[in-house]
Design a protein around this ligand. Structure first.
Ligand code: ZN
Length: 355
């Protein structure tokens, strides 16, 4: 039975590419900005851990990443819901919704198809009239040609509307979905937990019943909003698991070094200093740019640029504006040593900052 169910599920090939272990790939919406969240994987020791990430704003406007949400707790909570929902009653309800939807779609289809038919008939009539007209009677020929063109435009717009109607149809549960659901064995929980079912099959089952999932990280918790294809919705809250660098705390002496060096150096230089001193991360690894940047963020240590700003320094374009000279001129003056005002650099190769 399990194998049969699996074969039936495997038939449903529709959907986004299936790679990686994130259960909700392709159906997660960011609760902060409404964008679609992407799936990313991070290697943590031997394991690859899934994250749901929203980079929309960062990509479009160059801002910060909107949300990065640990996927393990979310997927676990959703698995419980899916198992819970896949009862025979719920499956029958889903099928009912599908039938109702098919019925509604059929009637709207008919309406637009009839409009196309009628426009096509009128266009054909106009064409015949035009071809029969005496070419010497120019005034009539001109008018009939105008009417023929008009009827062709009307036909094109009716066809457009029909096409739009077909495209806009939001298929709640497809036929393949219902077939897959009906093929599931009585004991869904056993199937779900067994090794007989691959992660791709789990994803297919999830997409059979879930329309989308909205995630919002707030106060150390993850708020999950589940919207089911059958029309209902559900909300739940799970704990946001700590990331490895949050779980392991660096000794205060190492943090002090980072604090001091961050005033003058960027992360790459701090990495060289820490590794040069033979210091290790909280999990015993060598420091990397990423680890240093994350440590700084989580401990509220400002970058050198931020630190200089806190001391009243301003950027090169702002200073040029203040001096009422082109920024290129100010840059030249600094490079050639002519500039005699106080300035500093945010890191060795970083931005020039001016007091
Ligand atoms: Zn977002």
């Amino acid at each position: 039975m399990v194998q049969l169910a699996k074969n039936r599920i495997m038939k449903n090939e529709a959907g986004p590419p299936l790679q990686g272990s994130a259960l909700l790939q392709g159906i997660v919406i960011c609760g902060k900005c409404g964008s679609r969240m992407r799936t990313q994987y991070q290697r943590q020791g031997e394991k690859k851990v899934q994250y749901y990430c929203c980079h929309q704003e960062a990509q479009e406007f160059g801002g910060n990443t909107c949300q990065n949400i640990h996927g393990v707790a979310v997927d676990h909570a959703l698995s419980e819901i899916i198992i819970d929902k896949l009862t025979p009653t719920a499956i029958l309800k889903a099928i009912d919704v599908q039938r109702e939807l098919e019925h509604r779609e059929a009637s709207s289809d008919n309406y637009y198809a009839m409009r196309v038919e009628s426009a096509r008939y009128k266009a054909e009539l106009a064409r015949k009239r035009f071809t029969k007209v005496d070419p010497d009677n120019r005034l009539v020929a001109f008018e009939l040609e105008r009417l023929w063109n008009q009827s062709l435009e009307e036909l094109a717009s009716a066809e457009d509307e029909h096409r739009r109607c077909l495209l806009s149809k939001e298929r709640a549960i497809t036929k393949d979905d219902t077939e897959s659901l009906l093929a599931l064995p009585e004991d869904v929980k056993a199937l779900w937990d067994s090794e007989d079912i691959s992660i791709d099959d789990r994803k297919r089952i999830a997409r059979c019943i879930i329309k989308n999932v909205t995630l919002l990280k707030k106060d150390g918790k993850i708020n999950i909003g589940v919207c089911f294809k059958a029309g209902s919705s559900e909300e739940l809250v799970v704990d946001n698991p700590l990331r490895p660098y949050e779980r392991h705390v660096l000794p205060e002496s190492t943090l002090d070094i980072i604090r001091n060096e961050a005033i003058h150096h960027n992360a790459d230089k701090i990495v060289r200093i820490l590794n040069g001193l033979g210091l290790k991360t909280a999990t015993g690894l060598e420091f990397t740019d990423r680890i240093v940047q994350k440590t700084m963020r989580s401990h509220g240590i400002p970058t050198c640029e931020k630190w200089l700003k806190q001391q009243g320094y301003i950027t090169l374009p702002d200073k040029a504006k203040l001096l009422d000279i082109p920024w290129q001129k100010l840059y030249q003056n600094v490079i050639s040593g002519v500039y005699d005002g106080k300035y500093d650099r945010a890191g060795e190769k970083g931005k020039f900052m001016f007091l």
